[in-house]
Design a protein around this ligand. Structure first.
Ligand code: TRP
Length: 350
């Protein structure tokens, strides 16, 4: 529990502070898709009532790969709008843009003194980037995990909802926290990865090749920004086969994936009907018709995504409202960040 030092009775500052701090960062690259929605965002939405949540758009991190900065601004706003349209409530969580919180940069500077070249060079994400952008191996890229640690530690977060691919970055954040605490005094808890495991749904690409996001094929990924006809087109083109030729067959991955999607957006009756059709097929008499199945899935997906897309578009067009939300997020984040940075300054510089 944290206490307000200016208050002699040492009462908790806010009731919210008794809740554990959850934090996650979203890179403003690419468009959000169904894999993000069902894999990550639905978890964030569940967490917003139970935890003291900080969710932010990592725009400084994207400068490590030097994207077009004109596009970056629009991408940041789109990600904020899409997250709200999906159900993140800016009144419940701190939803902010990384660069609006300069305290993160100051903590990054301090943590850089505790990060060693050797360990940074060994991280898999750095090695990947050295391979993919050999002409731009900049120091920001090398210290990406230090900035990520600063993102987390600035709010003294303990739980970080991220996928397996971020485990190494989290381990480094724990190491920097330990070194800081050891050298300057206990300020930081050690953050751990966190998800409602059973709730994590893995969505494959519609071509059946790997995770939806990783798919090379643009038609295999459904984006939250896709219009109705594009959603229909992508689903109608998804991979199927001639159907099962005996009762209760095992579903191939790509069929299982379509059933997973149907379960997420259709009624239980509809799902049951197609499950029965699939399971009752017998030799030479395949009952399930994937054409009908896809039509149903397409219509239910359109119904599901339409309000999300429309709200996201409205928000992006409503500059004033979106600016206010972003500003309100920055204020919440800075309140917490400045408390931490004052402790850091005192600990390091006296
Ligand atoms: N590196 C993360 C990603 O690639 C994004 C990120 C930046 C992040 N800072 C963070 C995630 C802090 C969790 C916590 O997705």
């Amino acid at each position: 529990m944290q206490f307000d030092e200016s208050n002699s009775q040492s009462k908790p500052i806010f009731a919210a502070m008794e809740k554990e701090v959850v934090l996650s960062g979203i890179r403003p690259t690419g468009f959000l898709h169904l894999g993000n929605y069902f894999g990550a965002m639905r978890n964030y939405i569940r967490m917003q009532d139970e935890y003291n949540c900080y969710f932010f758009v990592a725009n400084w991190h994207s400068l490590t790969t030097h994207p077009d900065t004109k596009e970056l601004k629009a991408a940041v706003r789109r990600v904020v709008a899409e997250n709200i349209a999906c159900g993140l409530d800016p009144n419940k969580v701190a939803l902010y843009v990384q660069s609006d919180v300069p305290e993160i940069a100051e903590l990054y500077l301090n943590l850089n003194m505790l990060a060693y070249k050797g360990e940074l060079e060994k991280t898999t994400t750095f090695k990947d980037k050295v391979r993919t952008q050999p002409d731009n191996v900049n120091a920001g890229l090398l210290t990406y995990p230090v900035l990520q640690a600063a993102d987390i530690l600035i709010h003294r977060a303990v739980k970080v909802p991220v996928g397996k691919d971020q485990e190494q970055n989290l381990e480094m954040a724990r190491n920097f926290a330990k070194r800081f605490n050891h050298r300057y005094g206990e300020i930081f808890p050690e953050p751990v990865a966190f998800n409602y495991g059973e709730n994590l749904v893995k969505i494959l690409g519609l071509d059946g090749n790997g995770k939806m996001s990783k798919s090379e094929n643009q038609l295999a990924t459904i984006y939250l920004a896709d219009d109705d006809d594009l959603i229909r087109k992508k689903i109608m083109k998804s991979k199927t086969d001639q159907g099962p030729d005996k009762p209760n067959s095992v579903k191939p991955d790509y069929i299982e994936n379509l059933f997973t999607l149907l379960k997420l957006v259709s009624t239980t009756e509809v799902v049951q009907k197609f499950e029965d059709d699939f399971n009752n097929s017998s030799a030479g008499n395949c009952i399930i018709r994937y054409g009908d199945f896809k039509k149903q899935l397409a219509e239910d997906m359109v119904k599901f995504l339409q309000p999300i897309r429309e709200q996201a578009t409205d928000l992006q067009n409503n500059t004033e409202v979106l600016d206010k939300i972003i500003q309100q997020g920055a204020e919440k984040a800075r309140a917490s960040a400045s408390a931490t940075i004052q402790l850091v300054r005192k600990a390091v510089l006296g």
